[in-house]
Design a protein around this ligand. Structure first.
Ligand code: PLP
Length: 400
């Protein structure tokens, strides 16, 4: 019998991390690898946020905090919910976590009984189905078609709901596709949810400020305020303020759920890093001009990489409306052969070929439950993106 718990038997490691590790191994061999596999900005955390952390250390903010997070940060989150979305919350409706990832984990750990179902529209972030499984639930993955902009349709939602459904996961803008739900699309999903009052909504808004199209980002509660008693909003400072390593996320929602999540946190990590919590207060309440600077840079990079990849015969690229990813179809390349004679049967074969032969790390669509695609993170400088696109074009050209 294995020493490892059986609950881990169905859990897959994050493909994004696997690719990053493979890329690092090749780098150690002296190869010049361009990594477009990780979902994190290449910019440094803005100076005023770093300084807030230094001040917090000097002020002795170096001890345990309340499990739910320090009051100034919970107040800052509640204030942002009002300023950004017109939604009223008290600091008691907020739980501060070690990244948005832990907020999602705590929410499912606090609510899922064995075999409870969570509807997960795919392509989706690698961790959603795994966190559902890890916390004892069953992910019900619904494949959203490219023709529907990779978005869940009301008919798909209706047919995926069963008496065991506890949650619908929403992620707009989406990792990996960059798809953004319009207000009308959210309203249409809301019509279905109205008929199923037992289904709660977990909306992961972590890329909400990184939107580039004409339609601005809308949280589902702006469109359907009546869902507030059964909606949990997840967000954090990782992506928008370039703070992935600081590990601060948050959940905002019905108090009873937030209390249950705080209980989970209190008996696991206790609290998110105290110093990072004070840095996050500065991120959310301080000068916001950095957000527009980052958004403008990502938009320029998006336009650049979409243009470059569209020139590669065999790749199909839609323009993503938000986040910092492009989800590229490599369907036309399936069945072709690499110079060493390997037949490309899956998108995984293709991304391995790109890494081994062109030293460009991207993540296969398999990891996001929608193939044959690959995800390019354009959270990298234009020169790196240009060189990566040149290498990808060369590798595709070498296929026979
Ligand atoms: N949600 C989505 C959709 C993500 O892409 C990520 C990170 O890649 C996270 C949540 C996790 O964010 P954090 O760094 O706050 O844990």
């Amino acid at each position: 019998m294995s020493f490892i718990a059986s609950r881990l038997s169905a859990i897959a490691p994050a493909e994004t991390m696997e690719m990053a590790a493979r890329a690092a191994a090749l780098r150690r061999q002296g190869l010049n690898v361009i990594s477009l596999s990780q979902g994190e900005p290449d910019f440094d955390t803005p100076e005023h946020i770093q300084q807030a952390a230094v001040r917090a250390m000097h002020d002795g903010r170096t001890r345990y905090t309340e499990a739910a997070g320090v009051l100034p940060l919970r107040e800052a989150v509640a204030a942002r919910m009002l300023a950004d979305h017109g939604l009223h919350y008290s600091p008691d409706d907020v739980s501060i976590t070690a990244g948005a990832k832990q907020a999602i984990f705590n929410a499912f750990f606090a609510t899922l009984n064995p075999d409870d179902e969570v509807v997960v529209p795919a392509p989706c972030w690698v961790s959603y189905p795994e966190i559902v499984k890890l916390t004892g639930g069953s992910p019900v993955v619904v494949e959203c078609r490219r023709e529907a902009g990779f978005k869940l349709t009301p008919a798909q939602l209706e047919s995926s709901i069963t008496p065991r459904t506890r949650w619908l996961m929403l992620n707009s803008p989406s990792n990996p596709t960059g798809a953004v739900y319009s207000r009308a699309e959210l309203a249409a999903l809301g019509e279905v949810l109205r008929r199923h009052p037992q289904v709660w909504v977990l909306t992961d808004d972590i890329y909400g400020k990184l939107v580039y199209g004409s339609e601005s980002f809308a949280n589902i509660l702006e469109v359907l305020p009546e869902l507030q008693p059964r909606t949990l909003v997840i967000n954090g400072v990782s992506k928008v303020y370039c703070m992935t390593g600081w590990r601060i996320g948050y959940a905002v929602g019905p108090r009873e759920l937030v209390k249950a999540m705080t209980l989970v946190q209190g008996q696991s990590t206790n609290n998110a890093n105290a110093i990072a919590q004070f840095a996050a207060v500065e991120a959310l309440t301080g000068d916001q001009s950095c957000v527009e600077t980052f958004r403008a840079a990502f938009r320029e990079r998006r336009d650049f990489i979409v243009g470059a990849l569209r020139k590669v015969p065999g790749l199909e690229v839609d323009v993503p409306e938000g986040a910092f990813y492009v989800y590229v179809s490599c369907r036309a390349l399936m069945g072709r052969r690499t110079p060493s004679g390997l037949m490309l049967a899956t998108d995984r074969d293709f991304v391995r070929y790109l890494l081994d032969e062109a030293q460009v790390a991207v993540v296969s669509g398999t990891g996001f439950l929608h193939s044959p695609y690959f995800r390019v993170s354009y959270a990298a400088g234009l020169d790196q993106l240009g060189e990566a696109a040149r290498r990808i074009a060369g590798a595709v050209e070498s296929l026979s």
